[in-house]
Design a binder for this molecule. Structure first.
Ligand code: ASP
Length: 361
C-alpha cells in the first residue's frame, strides 16, 4: 500500500504494544476498547502553514496527518487514531482522479473490521464537492466525517485542532452511523448533500441553506438532528469500483448579457454534459438558451441549476424543460449537480433516467 500509516493510541503501554505488533507485520490494532478511527489526510488550510512564497500569506497542504494529530494530544483519550496521507494539496486543485483514488481507498478502509469510523481532513474550498461525491459512491454505514479549518495550523487561534477533535469524536460516535458523509467545522455538523461554503474567511463559513444542519457539536459532544432521507451510501446506485475516469461535465455561469460562446465551445469540445449556473430559478439569456438548445440537439446533456445560494430549480416553471430536453437540478448547486450528472452518465444517457436521479439523490 502506498499510503504511510501511523498509530496514535491512548497511552505508552498500548503504543509500545502497537509498535511491536506493527513491527511483527500484524494488522492494525486497537488500544484498549477505545473506538478505532482512521484519518485520511488530503491537505487544505487545516494542514497549512506560513508561506515562503513572496506575496502569499500561507500555503495549504504543508503539514502531514501525523503533524495534525500531534497538535491534539487529547485525541488519545477518545480514540485510537491511525493516519494515512492520500495527497497533500490545497483543495482548489482537487480533481476527478483524486476523488476516484480517495473513494476506492475509503471503501477499503471502511471494510476493515478493525476500523470503527473514518475522518477525512480536507481543504474547505471544495470540501462540499468531495463530501457529496463520496456520499454517493461509498457504501458503508460506519461514520465518515470530513473536517477542515479556516485558519492555517500555524496561525494565531487556529481552528483546526478543535475541529479535528470534534471530527474524531463524531466518527467514534455510534449515532453518526448511517448518515452518509458528515462535514464538521465551527461546532456544526452538516450533511454532504446540504453543505455549502458561504464565506471566504469567516470561521463559521459553512451552511446548509435548504434542509438545515445535521447537528451541533461542542467539545466532542454531538447533538444530531433528523436523518437524511434521500438516497446515498448503501442505497446509492453509483459505484466507482470499475471506473478509471469520470465523464466530462462542465459548468457555465450566467449573468446579464451572457452570450453563447462558452456553450458553443463546450459543445464543440464534445463534453458529455453542461450544467447551467443560471440566474434565479435556473434561467439565462435568450442567446445562451439557444446555445443550450443546440447543445442538447448535439447530444450534450444539459442540467439547469442556479447561481443563487439557496432554493430549488424545478422543471417546467419559467423554462419548458419538456420542450427543451433539459434537466432541472432541484436542490443541487451547480457544483453538486456536476457530480451527480457525472455519476449518472456512467449509468445512462437517458434524460428521463437522469432527471430521476435529481429527484431521488
Ligand atoms: N484553499 C484552501 C483549501 O481549500 C482553503 C481552506 O482549506 O480553507 O485547501
Amino acid at each position: 500500500m502506498e499510503q504511510r500509516m501511523k498509530t496514535f493510541g491512548p497511552g505508552r503501554t498500548n503504543t509500545l504494544l502497537i509498535c511491536f505488533l506493527l513491527a511483527a507485520g500484524a494488522p492494525r490494532v486497537a488500544g484498549a476498547s477505545l473506538p478505532r478511527i482512521r484519518i485520511l489526510a488530503t491537505g487544505g488550510t487545516i494542514a497549512g502553514a506560513q508561506s515562503q512564497v513572496a506575496g502569499a500569506r500561507f500555503k495549504s497542504g504543508v503539514l502531514s496527518a501525523e503533524d495534525l494529530i500531534a497538535s491534539v494530544p487529547q485525541l488519545r483519550e477518545i480514540a485510537t487514531v491511525t493516519t494515512e496521507q492520500i495527497c497533500n494539496i490545497g483543495s482548489q486543485t482537487m480533481n476527478n482522479q483524486i476523488w476516484l483514488k480517495l473513494a476506492k481507498r475509503l471503501a477499503e478502509v471502511l471494510k476493515d473490521a478493525n476500523i470503527d469510523g473514518v475522518v477525512i481532513t480536507h481543504g474547505t474550498d471544495t470540501m462540499e464537492e468531495t463530501a457529496y461525491f463520496l456520499d454517493l459512491v461509498v457504501k458503508s454505514d460506519k461514520p465518515i466525517v470530513m473536517v477542515g479549518a479556516m485558519r492555517p495550523a500555524s496561525s494565531m487561534s487556529a481552528d483546526g485542532p478543535m475541529n479535528i477533535y470534534n471530527a474524531v469524536a463524531l466518527a467514534a460516535n455510534p449515532e453518526a452511523r448511517s448518515r452518509g458523509v458528515l462535514v464538521v467545522l465551527s461546532n456544526e455538523i452538516h450533511y454532504a448533500r446540504e453543505v455549502e461554503k458561504t464565506n471566504t474567511t469567516r470561521m463559521d463559513a459553512f451552511e446548509s441553506p435548504n434542509r438545515g444542519r445535521a447537528g451541533v457539536i461542542n467539545d466532542g459532544e454531538a447533538l444530531l438532528f433528523a436523518r437524511p432521507d434521500l438516497k446515498h451510501g448503501l442505497r446509492s446506485e453509483f459505484s466507482v469500483n470499475s471506473l478509471a475516469e469520470l465523464p466530462s461535465v462542465e459548468i457555465v455561469y450566467s449573468y446579464a448579457n451572457f452570450g453563447r460562446d462558452m456553450i458553443d465551445f463546450l459543445a464543440q469540445k464534445k463534453v458529455k454534459g453542461i450544467i447551467l449556473a443560471g440566474v434565479g430559478d435556473g434561467h439565462t439569456t435568450e442567446e445562451a438558451m439557444a446555445g443550450l438548445r443546440d447543445a442538447v440537439a448535439q447530444g450534450v446533456v444539459v442540467v439547469r441549476s442556479t447561481r443563487v445560494h439557496s432554493g430549488v430549480t424545478r422543471r417546467n416553471i419559467e423554462v419548458n424543460d419538456d420542450e427543451m430536453g433539459s434537466i432541472a437540478s432541484e436542490e443541487l448547486t451547480p457544483q453538486k449537480a456536476r457530480i451527480l450528472l457525472m455519476l449518472g452518465l456512467t449509468k445512462t444517457s437517458s434524460v428521463k433516467a437522469l432527471q430521476r436521479y435529481f429527484f431521488e439523490y
